[in-house]
Design a protein around this ligand. Structure first.
Ligand SMILES: Nc1ncnc2c1ncn2[C@@H]1O[C@H](COP(=O)(O)OP(=O)(O)OP(=O)(O)O)[C@@H](O)[C@H]1O
Ligand SMILES: [Mg+2]
Length: 251
């Protein structure tokens, strides 16, 4: 891809003092980087790190700054069930090399609401065709979590898009995670960019991806095999009994 839809992100104003954002080392790091910000150099960027390290906060900030609904969907989706989103999107700038033709922001927690929103819009009178037809034609509520998620990617993601996904593996079996890798590869070949928060050692193996690890030290680029997800999963699968004995030994 010549120019990326999101080439870089930076904060255009100081963090609100005393906010939880200022207390997150990853967000502080982004702030300390100033205008240099955090570059997105690959078709696929992963945000990895412990629970609570700020991955969803950062991804949502990027989504809101790009004009997506904070709860997920396309840029045309306008619904809010709960106002829980942070104000990061208001002070985050996405340096854009060019504008995408397509886009989607997916959060595991609110996929259900995205499905409900599509059903609701299709119940209302409209001059256009049914929205669900561009999602495979079957209500996302009438499919399993994984089926509906893959239907979304297969039918609705059209290429030349910026796709922001928060823990897409939540819906997917290991074999379907491999299917997602193949779909991502196909979409990347059709001029798409992904930013994905994940815990999945399968997904983060995507070749050539940039992996940013969020931790107490801030944000740093790491190699796939350096990630704790890879190392811990590998050690566990090499000898589950040994690790379980150690973990479950009586104290
Ligand atoms: N609206 C909010 N108000 C106050 N604190 C919040 C808010 N949203 C998130 N936090 C806190 O910010 C921290 C980062 O949350 P975030 O959801 O970004 O983590 P995460 O890296 O996505 O974690 P996980 O892997 O569990 O999804 C958490 O400690 C969380 O409690
Ligand atoms: Mg999260």
């Amino acid at each position: 891809m010549d120019r990326r839809y999101a080439e870089n992100i930076y904060l255009n104003a100081p963090l609100p003092e005393g906010s939880y954002l200022a207390g997150l080392p990853a967000i502080r790091d982004l702030s300390d980087r100033g205008r240099e910000g955090l570059p997105f150099d690959a078709d696929v960027t992963f945000l990895v790190g412990e629970n609570g390290s700020g991955k969803s906060t950062l991804l949502e900030g990027i989504a809101v700054a790009c004009g997506f609904n904070a709860e997920g969907g396309t840029r045309n989706f306008r619904f809010a069930t709960e106002v829980t989103h942070s104000s990061l999107g208001e002070i985050l700038t996405v340096a854009r090399g060019r504008y995408p033709r397509d886009g989607f922001f997916l959060r595991a927690e609110s996929f259900y609401n995205v499905a409900s929103y599509i059903d609701q819009m299709d119940r209302e009178p409209s001059f256009g065709g049914r929205i669900i037809d561009s999602y495979g034609g079957v209500s996302l509520h009438r499919q399993s979590h994984g089926e509906s998620f893959l239907a979304l990617v297969e039918n609705r993601f059209g290429g030349r898009g910026l796709y922001l996904l928060d823990e897409p593996e939540a819906a997917l079996s290991p074999s379907r995670q491999l299917s997602l890798l193949a779909l991502m590869h196909d979409l990347a070949g059709r001029d798409s960019q992904f930013v994905i928060a994940t815990h999945s050692p399968i997904l983060m193996a995507y070749p050539g991806a940039q992996i940013y690890q969020l931790d107490e030290g801030g944000i740093r680029a790491v190699g796939y095999r350096e990630t704790e997800h890879y190392q811990l999963t590998r050690r566990f699968l090499d000898d589950p009994d040994r690790m379980l004995r150690y973990l479950l030994q009586e104290s």
